[in-house]
Ligand binder design. Structure first.
Ligand SMILES: NC(=O)c1ccc[n+]([C@@H]2O[C@H](COP(=O)([O-])OP(=O)(O)OC[C@H]3O[C@@H](n4cnc5c(N)ncnc54)[C@H](O)[C@@H]3O)[C@@H](O)[C@H]2O)c1
Length: 285
């Protein structure tokens, strides 16, 4: 993608909005933005965790607001965008970061698994774009939308069908968003963040699951153990992902793939696609 290839200049005062800001990558992104002197608006469903991030951001001496917001609910996200307008006059960088995961074989996922994961991971991003991008466009300033996808949005792994489907959707949605903005001649850039496993609270994301979507695939200890091992083996943490993301936004880069080993799985997948394509069309390319 080249849509975001222009380095981004921040108009002052710069404002960031971060969803899923109570924990993990979201908290790290919020602190990284605060560290750059940006005002930071924080959203999460976990009120105590949100308040803890708010206190950390405030201690860094930048303006902040924190709002309970379930990103799967369009009205919550719209209210968050309005609160950002009311308090800061708009947002320069929007981080659609909130996300949840379920593990298990593809055939075992319940209707509630699909609704919960797609609701947060996919509709959450769509809701953010619908509420914030028209406001950004109306302001007419350079701005940036940063969507947290995953390496699971670029490659696939057994046991992660629902999560991987949601993250492939985030990558595709982000690519289309960048194309739409480019076609509209908009100065808004897009970046999609695709980490592999790293230690955060994602492996216990059921803590935020609504009661009406509680019916889930039976716990799968083998998958769970694999995730814990993958997290423990990560050479980078959430702070590193946040630094890489801010550097990419400033450089106008579209994909952030912070784990070096992700490249091998992406290449393997692409080679498999092209290999079968080659069988169908031996003379092509
Ligand atoms: N940790 C990893 O290994 C990893 C790898 C790739 C991508 N990701 C992605 O990174 C993003 C952040 O996750 P994390 O790893 O920091 O996990 P985390 O659990 O530490 O943080 C996720 C945050 O999102 C919040 N949240 C959950 N449901 C929400 C909702 N409906 N509305 C608003 N907030 C909600 C949680 O309360 C939590 O504070 C997610 O999109 C996740 O899919 C994580």
């Amino acid at each position: 993608m080249t849509a975001a290839s222009t380095p981004r200049t921040l108009a002052a005062p710069a404002v960031a909005a971060v969803t899923g800001a109570g924990s993990g990558i979201g908290r790290a992104l919020a602190l990284a933005c605060a560290g750059e002197g940006m005002a930071v608006a924080l959203a999460d469903v976990e009120v105590e965790a949100l308040a803890a991030t708010e206190a950390l951001v405030r201690s860094m001496g930048v303006p902040t607001l924190a709002q309970r917001c379930d990103v799967s609910r369009a009205a919550d996200v719209e209210a968050f965008a309005q609160a950002c307008d009311d308090r800061f006059g708009g947002v320069d960088w929007l981080f659609n970061n909130a996300g949840v995961a379920v593990l298990g074989p593809a055939w075992a996922a319940t209707d509630a698994d699909w609704q919960w994961v797609l609701g947060v991971n996919v509709l959450g991003v769509a809701n953010g774009v619908r509420s914030f991008v028209p406001r950004m466009r109306a302001r007419g300033r350079p701005a940036h939308v940063i969507n947290t996808a995953s390496a699971a949005g670029l490659a696939t792994l057994a046991g992660s069908a629902v999560y991987s489907a949601s993250k492939h959707a985030v990558v595709a949605f982000s690519e289309c968003l960048a194309r739409d903005l480019e076609q509209a001649g908009s100065p808004i850039g897009v970046t999609v963040v695709c980490p592999s496993l790293l230690p955060t609270g994602i492996h216990v994301s059921q803590r935020n699951r609504p009661d009406n979507l509680a019916d889930t695939v039976a716990p799968a200890p083998a998958y769970d153990e694999r995730v814990r091992q993958g997290m423990a083996a990560s050479p980078i943490d959430a702070t590193d992902v946040a630094s890489a993301t801010l550097a990419a936004v400033r450089a106008g880069r579209f994909y952030v793939i912070p784990h070096a080993y992700t490249g091998a799985s992406v290449e393997k997948r692409m080679r498999a696609i092209l290999s079968d394509f080659g069988s169908e069309h031996p003379d092509a390319g």
